[in-house]
Ligand binder design. Structure first.
Ligand SMILES: [Zn+2]
Length: 152
């Protein structure tokens, strides 16, 4: 069964108002949650649910990871081209690669997670990454901002 056939069939099972509402909800949440997912790719992240519903609605089987490039929107370790996610130190978000002992600051107040944390938690986070070497991260595929004009 082709994707097109599957898409038609799934949508026919739903009242048109329901499938249209699902599309609106997905569109509304997509970009914010995708950005949040890059920083915290938890198994329970709501972006996975969005991708799941989107796939069911439109007949694809893509995984959430496929929508965030290689996860390097906020930079990756230049050695292994991944990261272990970020830790907050105050309002600063430090991404880290524990394996290679590297860290880089992605910015401040990009994710709201820091607001619910206590000073002691930030100090504990800093102790975990303090010994890592601060680097400039490698930024490759920036998820949708990739230049495709080069070379004609
Ligand atoms: Zn690494």
């Amino acid at each position: 069964m082709s994707n097109k056939t599957q898409e038609r069939e799934v949508k026919q099972q739903l009242p048109e108002s329901v499938s249209r509402s699902l599309e609106v909800v997905i569109d509304y949440l997509w970009n914010d949650e995708r950005r949040d997912f890059v920083g915290q790719p938890n198994t329970e992240h709501v972006f996975r649910a969005l991708v799941m519903v989107d796939g069911w609605l439109f007949g694809h089987r893509r995984r959430a990871e496929e929508y965030v490039g290689r996860g390097d929107y906020f930079g990756v370790c230049p050695v292994c081209r991944t990261s272990d996610g970020y830790l907050n130190v105050g309002r600063d978000h430090w991404f880290v690669c524990h394996e290679h002992g590297l860290r880089w600051c992605a910015g401040s107040n990009l994710f709201s997670s820091w607001k619910g944390q206590a000073e002691a938690e930030w100090q504990a986070n800093w102790r975990r990454i303090e010994a890592c070497r601060e680097i400039e991260p490698v930024c490759g595929d920036r998820g949708g901002e990739v230049e495709e004009e080069s070379g004609k």
